[in-house]
Ligand binder design. Structure first.
Ligand code: HEM
Length: 374
């Protein structure tokens, strides 16, 4: 069993074997209580590009998040309103703006991490990544100076909200909505203050300058927080562990390694759509109201185990960041963060000196990954 499989089993002891079993039943499988499951990258891409499959109907992510985030936060929108808001937000995530933000926020933590490794200390990469990914999102939503305590506290709150969701969750119950609202109100308040300050050097200030309302900016901050913290934080330790376990390190092509590690880890293992009009999914008829569950993990794993020499065919290309209208808005930010941290880590010959899988989490990952420079 690979370490990655162990992580998935620790996070989802029942759902993971089920999802992998479903992968063996064919490219498209109707599973009672779950929905129409897609295990094939080409079919998945067609669904993602087709407007009949939406994120705002019954069984869609909108059902889950609209009660918490409000109706207009990209990930629960469709059509013209979605396209307009995306067009307004996209300039905030260009490679040059995110690289300035990442360099600014991570320079000091990376210097400290590198110094500790140089001194021969063992460091828990999971802890450092929570801190760094938390700090980046704090800055995105409008906090200026960020203490380590604040970044970690924010990360823990996000994890608490994410852990309410499982494969079978269709809606949050009223108690969960109340907890999630409380967490996201805190995020919204930070965002509102930054928005009102009108500082064009902050993402929130720029949202105001771009003509977004305060409510839209609050909602977007909540969406960035939910989508952009744990995804990045959990990925880097898994990337480093994969490279270590495959005897790779210094001198590798980092971008290729990141893509291949994304393929086997798939930090967002599934994507959901609600069927709005009669259609076919890989030949299987679907009706309005049906739920389509794209098992991104199955689609990506169909191409085999981790292999740095593997080239990804067009149908697979970055499927782990989505495709079409909802393709990950934060992709340049995620890549900038991952590259920044991994390139510093890979200057050292790393050894893993201890690891433990995280249990009961939404995104499989390590609870601890202790590394040391050889
Ligand atoms: C390893 C890191 C990440 C992965 C694997 C990832 C993956 C994804 C995926 C698969 C989607 C599309 C979901 C769907 O179509 O159902 C998505 C959407 C999105 N992501 Fe990311 N993401 C990551 C990091 C980030 C970051 C850092 C941010 C920035 C704050 C971010 C912001 C968003 C937003 C706002 C959307 C919704 C876009 C829309 O609906 O138009 N993500 N992400």
């Amino acid at each position: 069993m690979t370490e990655e499989t162990r992580l998935y089993l620790a996070a989802h002891p029942f759902a993971y074997p089920l999802i992998r079993l479903i992968a063996r039943l064919g490219p498209v499988v109707r599973v009672p209580g779950v929905g129409v499951v897609v295990n094939d990258a080409a079919v998945a891409r067609r669904v993602l590009m087709d407007p009949r499959f939406r994120k705002d109907g019954p069984g869609s992510p909108g059902d889950l998040w609209t009660p918490v985030l409000g109706p207009s936060v990209l990930l629960n929108m469709e059509g013209a309103a979605h396209a307009t808001l995306r067009a307004k937000l996209a300039p905030l995530f260009t490679p040059s703006s995110v690289s300035a933000l990442v360099t600014d926020v991570l320079a000091q933590p990376l210097k400290e991490l590198s110094a500790r490794l140089e001194r021969g200390e063992s460091v828990d990469l999971v802890h450092h990544m929570r801190l760094m990914a938390g700090a980046v999102i704090c800055r995105v939503i409008g906090l200026g100076e960020i203490s380590a305590g604040r970044a970690l506290a924010l990360f823990a709150e996000g994890e608490r909200v994410a852990s309410m969701v499982s494969l079978r969750t269709r809606r949050l119950n009223p108690r969960q909505v109340a907890i999630a609202r409380e967490v996201l109100d805190g995020i919204g308040d930070i965002a509102s203050a930054a928005y009102r300050a009108e500082d064009p050097s902050t993402v929130m200030g720029r949202m105001r300058a771009l003509g977004l309302s305060e409510a839209e900016a609050r909602g977007a901050a909540g969406a960035f927080f939910l989508t952009g913290t744990e995804t990045v934080a959990t990925f880097v330790p898994r990337l480093i562990a994969l490279l270590h376990d495959h005897g790779a390190g210094r001198g590798i092509d980092l971008d290729l390694a990141i893509e291949e590690a994304m393929r086997v880890t798939t930090p967002t293992p599934v994507m959901l759509r609600s069927v709005a009009e009669p259609a076919h999914v890989g030949g299987a008829p679907v009706r309005p109201g049906d739920r389509v569950l794209i098992a991104t993990h199955n689609c990506a794993r169909a191409y085999g185990p981790f292999d740095l020499s593997r080239r990804h065919p067009p149908e697979l290309r970055r499927l782990w960041f989505g495709a079409g209208a909802h393709f990950c808005l934060g992709y340049p930010l995620a890549l900038a963060e991952i590259r920044a941290v991994a390139s510093v880590l890979l200057r050292h010959d790393l050894r893993i000196v201890g690891r433990r899988a995280a249990r009961g989490v939404l995104i499989p990952t390590y609870e601890h990954l202790w590394i040391r420079a050889a």
